[in-house]
Ligand binder design. Structure first.
Ligand code: SAM
Length: 243
């Protein structure tokens, strides 16, 4: 997508939508992360509006965050407990923090918002620099199988049909570059609104190699936050890396 920058996906309008979005996995995700965090501290890469960070912090663990979007951070700040979370506005590939953490995590496919393999490897390397000796790095992401089964490498999905609005999800896949280009399209009397998203996905095995380059090893891989087995039917994975 020519001239695309990740910040475009998370402007004021989108941040407003993310304000109260829940995926339904929050309770189990927080329980999983809490166990690994121990006494903390924890760091969330791409913290967004605090969907996971805030309930984790409410368990008594110090949770810091990094996010590139001031609009998303503003949504976090407006929520209960949001002002107590320390957030750095910056690129999480750099992991621009001073402290070391028992737990660093990146969920909801956000690792794929880094658009090159180099940036993703750099992220793993910088995470390794900020993990305590026993610390864990948790990545939650989709398994790209579904992208390889698309007809003509693309789809248009209907997200909602309302009296005064139709919402579509339009996606194209380039298997040679492992990139997806997507737009959430809203058609209404107010006009057409587009929310572009670009991602560079990676298969779990590629992430494991990135971890090795960074001096980390895969310690656990699950097919869900309830520790469901990871197998060829898994649509997502939760991977835990350590030294
Ligand atoms: C789908 S939201 C997920 C937010 C939160 N982790 C959650 O689970 O609700 C993705 C977030 O990644 C952030 N983001 C995307 N690219 C980034 C980058 N390179 N550095 C820091 N944050 C980034 C966006 O601003 C957005 O807040």
């Amino acid at each position: 997508m020519k001239d695309y920058k990740p910040i475009m996906s998370f402007d004021d309008n989108v941040a407003e939508i993310y304000r109260n979005i829940e995926r339904g996995d929050e309770v189990v995700a927080v329980a999983f992360l809490e166990q690994l965090a121990g006494h903390g501290p924890a760091l969330e890469l791409a913290i967004g509006a605090g969907r996971i960070a805030l309930p984790l912090a409410a368990r008594g663990i110090r949770v810091d965050g990094i996010d590139i979007s001031p609009a998303m951070v503003a949504q976090l700040r407006n929520k209960p407990g949001g002002k107590e979370v320390s957030v750095i506005v910056g690129d999480f590939a750099d992991v621009p923090v001073a402290d070391n953490y028992n737990l660093i995590f990146v969920v909801w496919n956000s690792l794929f918002n880094l658009l090159t393999q180099d940036d993703q490897v750099r992220c793993f390397q910088n995470v390794a620099r900020h993990l305590t000796e026993e610390g864990s790095f948790v990545v939650e992401a989709y398994v790209p199988t579904f992208l390889c089964r698309l007809r003509s490498d693309q789809y248009v999905d209907t997200e909602a049909i309302l009296i005064d609005e139709v919402k579509l999800d339009v996606l194209r896949h380039d298997i040679s570059t492992q990139m997806i280009e997507e737009s959430h399209v809203s058609l209404s009397p107010a006009g057409v609104r587009l929310n572009p998203v670009v991602q560079r996905y990676a298969w779990p095995a590629e992430l494991d190699l990135m971890a090795r380059i960074a001096g980390l090893r895969l310690a656990q891989r699950w097919g869900g936050w309830n520790r469901e087995p990871f197998n060829s039917n898994s649509g997502m994975h939760i991977s835990v890396y350590g030294r």
